[in-house]
Design a protein around this ligand. Structure first.
Ligand code: NAD
Length: 242
């Protein structure tokens, strides 16, 4: 029987309060890992307090990311998995895109992944093991109308991961990307119905994805089942991109 066993592994999941991030935290916990969930606002979650550490922090703050990584290391003694999931969107067509909306999305979606990967990489390098996983988007692999900021940030994450995979591979640290298609969460809930219908219609499977679909891919990349996979992108999109 094939079993994913992450017992003894320590994970940090950014944007872990809700949506895809909370599903990732919950699935990692079920696989046996301990999880620190980082978010701007951490609500109460009914997880085992011995294995779950909620931390309120802004991923776009470089120094705060260092502090969080140190806090988790001090509490658990190692860091095995970083899931850079926190993300925002601020959609506007290019000719109406404000400097603020451009910068906010780049700072959180790309800067947040950099801040956490940079802070954890030294620990993982010294441990000679670790898994960096970024949640990008299929809209970072193609251009999306109204999302020059988001597509740029999510494409940037792919470049960050590929370069990190090359730098850290000899230390047995792997870096990979999960690129979701349309998933029902609070982020997508506010989309007009006609855009939701269009996204579903684009998929080969003719359905929206669930947060667990993303969490399952993350747990695979965090486990030894993917031990020879690095610098790779796994689309989890029901065939939306093809
Ligand atoms: P969501 O809005 O439901 O959750 C995002 C979480 O990130 C929230 O809890 C939010 O508070 C947190 N966050 C935002 N800015 C932060 C910051 N500066 N510091 C710390 N935490 C912050 O979104 P979701 O749909 O669960 O998306 C999760 C990730 O998946 C995002 O990176 C998103 O871009 C990506 N994604 C989502 C979809 C989708 O269809 N839902 C598709 C492709 C990619």
């Amino acid at each position: 029987m094939i079993k994913i066993d992450l017992a003894g592994q320590i994970a940090i999941v950014t944007g872990g309060n809700r949506g895809i991030g909370d599903a990732i935290a919950s699935t990692l916990l079920k696989a046996g890992a301990s999880v620190a969930a980082v978010d701007l606002n951490m609500e109460n979650h009914e997880y085992d307090k011995a294995k779950y550490l909620p931390i309120q922090s802004d991923v776009s703050d470089f120094d705060a990311a260092k502090t969080v990584v140190k806090q988790v290391f001090d509490r658990f003694g190692r860091i095995d998995i970083i899931v850079a999931n926190a993300g925002i969107n601020r959609d506007q067509v290019l000719w109406k895109m404000t400097k603020e909306n451009w910068e906010d999305v780049i700072k959180v979606d790309l800067g947040g992944a950099f801040n956490y990967f940079a802070a954890a990489s030294l620990i993982m390098k010294e441990q000679r093991s670790g898994k960096l996983i970024a949640i990008s988007s299929i809209n970072g692999l193609r251009g999306k109308f109204g999302q020059t900021n988001y597509s740029a940030a999510k494409a940037g994450v792919v470049g960050l991961v590929k370069a990190a995979a090359k730098e850290l591979g000899k230390y047995s640290v792997r870096a990979n990307v999960v690129a979701p298609g349309f998933i029902i969460t609070e982020m997508t809930d506010r989309m007009p119905q006609k855009f939701k219908d269009a996204a579903i219609d684009e998929t080969a499977l003719k359905k929206a994805g669930r947060t667990d679909d993303i969490a399952n891919a993350v747990v695979f990349l965090a486990s030894d089942l993917s031990s020879h996979i690095t610098g790779e992108i796994i689309k989890v999109d029901g065939g939306q991109y093809i």
